[in-house]
Write a protein that binds this ligand. Structure first.
Ligand code: C2E
Ligand code: CA
Ligand code: CA
Length: 711
């Protein structure tokens, strides 16, 4: 009970009124400063609302009062739908909560939370209070959060969040995929558990130091997966700070870079190695050689540099195709590698060129031994695709410091020595010697002159008749090229043909010879000269040209010489080098109608089995057997055997280099069909050879005298 009595009877009323007014003002204040829209509705009409409600919907002050709540929505249906949704709630004595899409006066929309309560549940339409809260910001934040979560989850990079004490608090799916750990296995753990142990404490100290000072660190770390396998990862770590700027979290984002590293590694490997054989390439060789030279200089030691070139690789490639050539190269690489020590370097620096760098205390002796070993390893046939391939190397050796102090000098001199090995008959090795450089210089000069000769048309053809031993008539004429050079005089084909062969000039030269020989023969034919056939030497390179038969046909057609008047001389070694494809080539040539002779027979280790399969007509016994016929019984035996063999195979035989009556008689006695040599006639210009043929064809002439007059 109140102990104090009121002063006047009016006073309580006045005070009550004042208190009421105050309360009303306060209420009004709250009502109008509320951050949410508040409205009192009757029969879904706005009877009263605060300023915030009008602002929410873009109404001016006092404008909303009296409006239907229809103004809050964009169409009648929605308005009705909301009505059906919320009023039953109120009627049930509950508050209604929902999120709605509202429409502002200008037609724009916003999401808001709608909360309402009836003044009296019995008649909900008679009075209800509604609050609308703008959810635009909240919604946006929520969406952003959802998005962030999504990004976190679907990120292909692993994300690991740890707290200020560096305990893992969140990881994403990529983390699980990369590390092999499930989230529940790592929560609360120190990320150390992922470590591989490859990085020392210093590494991590620096990392933490950077994180503290810069708030950021990025780098490569080797970690260990749950299954124990190790992998490199590229990591970014960020520090997250709270409002007080204290570190609250660390976010590490990383990806497994093993694949990238592997492909980088592969690219580096490819750049340094020859893709076919896997050997170091020219670039890597240069680097290795520089190091080896520096080492040798310090230790006062020697180094051996070996240049290896395959003798007949081009033939294999041209005739059997590149895939077979590739297989052969791989096998050669393997054999060379097997002949040297692991510490020695074997590099492939070009098509069929290999280089070996030898470091040994016993040089040059060891280099010779290794070269010999390589020659032996390579002498065995390489079985490729049903073919027994044979390849031989020519090896040049230069020794540091004797033959050069720089890698350039050594490479050049080993190359020079290699060429020397080639001209010394191939399939051998040569140490570099000073005089070789002069030989090399001469070679280069010859090459220039040879090209000039081809361009200037400085070649001519001589012809050497072949005599049929039974009739004494000329059975053929061999065309032999001649080169006259103003400075060098007459240059022997025995010296320039191999060079032309090497530099590829033989193909145009050979074509020229073939054309000129056919033209000459045709003119003889037209003049009624009986010469049998004209024999043209075909070099290995020409024979390897796929279109060679086509070329022969064209020239025959062009010159009008019947195919039967042309004989092609192909050396035994040319045929044997390409045995398999040679058959096909010979068959094609035979089809044209030309005669085929095997030149230099007896020097090339023919396989008799092959000989039977070749569609050839003639064997030419090599001059070397004829020369010593008189003094060397084994040469006589070979010549006799060749004649017998040829006849048993249905071939005719011609012996070349016959210089004496005795040789001629011996050959005749043993059944040789024809002979060619100085004894009968030296090679000479076309008109002299033609004259010889004409005289021979005339009966009753003193042939001896004629011969002497022609020589
Ligand atoms: P080859 O095919 O064995 O030619 C025979 C060589 O022996 C010729 O030397 C010829 O002049 C020589 N000769 C002939 N009879 C006698 C003799 O009784 N005694 C001696 N000691 N030698 C005799 P040439 O003309 O110097 O040719 C040498 C080689 O050059 C030829 O050997 C042939 O391999 C090559 N050659 C010549 N002309 C051509 C050509 O037009 N094309 C091609 N690809 N090679 C050719
Ligand atoms: Ca010949
Ligand atoms: Ca010959």
């Amino acid at each position: 009970m109140n102990s104090e009595a009121p002063d006047t009877p009016d006073q309580p009323l006045q005070e009550t009124e004042q208190a009421l007014n105050k309360a009303l003002r306060e209420l009004h204040g709250i009502f109008n400063t509320a951050v949410m829209g508040i409205a009192l509705l009757r029969h879904r009409k706005i009877e009263r609302c605060n300023r915030r409600m009008e602002e929410l919907f873009g109404f001016a002050e006092g404008q909303m009062v009296g409006c239907s709540t229809r103004v809050w929505y964009d169409n009648d249906q929605t308005w009705e739908f909301v009505g059906h949704d919320v009023y039953p709630e109120l009627a049930a004595g509950r508050e209604s909560y929902s999120e709605r899409l509202f429409q502002r006066r200008d037609g724009s929309h916003f999401w808001g939370r709608l909360a309402g309560r009836a003044l009296d549940p019995v008649d909900v339409f008679a009075g209800s209070v509604w609050i609308i809260e703008d959810l635009t910001v909240e919604r946006a934040e929520h969406e952003e959060l959802l998005l962030a979560r999504k990004v976190f989850e679907v990120n292909s990079e692993a994300i690991m969040v740890s707290d200020a004490n560096n305990r893992i608090v969140r990881v994403n799916a990529a983390f699980e995929a990369i590390t092999g750990y499930r989230e529940d296995e790592v929560l609360g753990c120190d990320p150390k558990m992922l470590g591989s142990g490859h990085h020392g404490t210093e590494f991590f100290q620096t990392m933490w130091q950077t994180l503290r000072t810069d708030g950021y660190w990025a780098g490569e770390i080797w970690d260990k997966r749950k299954d124990g396998s190790e992998y490199p990862k590229w990591v970014h770590i960020d520090t997250i700070r709270d409002r007080e700027a204290r570190i609250s979290h660390f976010v590490a984002v990383f990806s497994d870079i093993s694949e990238r590293k592997a492909s980088e590694e592969r690219i580096r490997y490819l750049a340094q190695h020859d893709a076919l054989t896997g050997l170091p390439n020219r670039f890597t060789l240069a680097v290795h050689l520089e190091h080896a030279l520096a080492r040798a200089e310090r230790a006062n030691e020697k180094i051996g540099l070996m240049f290896i070139d395959l003798d007949n690789f081009k033939t294999v490639n041209d005739t059997l195709g590149h895939p077979i050539g590739d297989l052969l190269l791989c096998e050669v690489a393997r054999r060379i590698t097997s002949a040297v020590r692991k510490s020695d370097i074997v590099a492939r620096i070009g098509g069929d060129e290999f280089v070996v760098v030898l470091e040994s205390a016993h040089l040059p002796g060891d280099a010779g031994m290794v070269a010999q070993k390589i020659l032996e390893r390579m002498s065995e046939a390489v079985p490729v695709d049903g073919n027994d391939l044979h390849t031989t190397p020519s090896i040049g050796i230069a020794i540091y410091p004797d033959d050069g102090a720089s890698s350039e000098d050594l490479m050049r001199n080993a190359d020079v020595a290699m060429y020397h090995a080639k001209s010394a008959g191939r399939n051998n090795y040569q140490f570099y010697a000073e005089h070789m450089n002069q030989a090399a210089a001469v070679r280069v000069q010859m090459e220039t002159r040879l090209r000039a000769a081809m361009a200037a048309g400085d070649f001519s053809l001589h012809f050497q008749p072949q005599i049929d031993l039974s009739s004494g008539l000329v059975s053929g004429c061999e065309a032999l090229i001649r080169w006259y050079n103003a400075e060098l005089g007459w240059v022997s084909p025995a010296s320039f043909i191999p060079l032309a062969e090497e530099i590829g000039l033989i193909v145009p030269i050979g074509e020229w010879v073939l054309r000129r020989a056919c033209q000459t023969a045709k003119s003889w034919l037209d003049a009624g000269i009986k010469f049998g056939s004209v024999a043209v030497n075909i070099s290995p390179q020409q024979f390897r040209q796929r279109n060679f038969p086509q070329c022969v046909e064209n020239i025959l057609r062009e010159t009008g010489l019947p195919a039967a008047c042309l004989e092609l001389e192909i050396t035994e070694s040319t045929i044997m080098e390409t045995a398999e494809t040679a058959v096909a080539m010979l068959v094609q040539l035979k089809d044209i109608g030309v005669t085929l002779a095997v030149d230099d027979f007896g020097t090339g280790y023919s396989s008799l089995a092959y000989l039977k399969r070749f569609p050839i007509d003639r064997l030419k016994i090599d001059r070397s057997f004829v020369t010593d016929l008189e003094i060397d019984p084994s040469d006589a035996a070979i010549a006799t055997a060749v004649i017998a063999l040829a006849h048993s195979l249905g071939l005719t035989v011609v012996a070349e280099g016959v210089e004496t009556q005795w040789q001629s008689d011996f050959l005749r006695q043993h059944g040789c069909d024809s002979v060619q040599g100085y004894f009968y006639c030296r090679p000479g210009p076309a008109d002299i050879a033609a004259e010889f043929c004409r005289q021979r064809a005339m009966p009753g002439i003193n042939k001896r005298r004629l011969l002497r007059s022609l020589q």
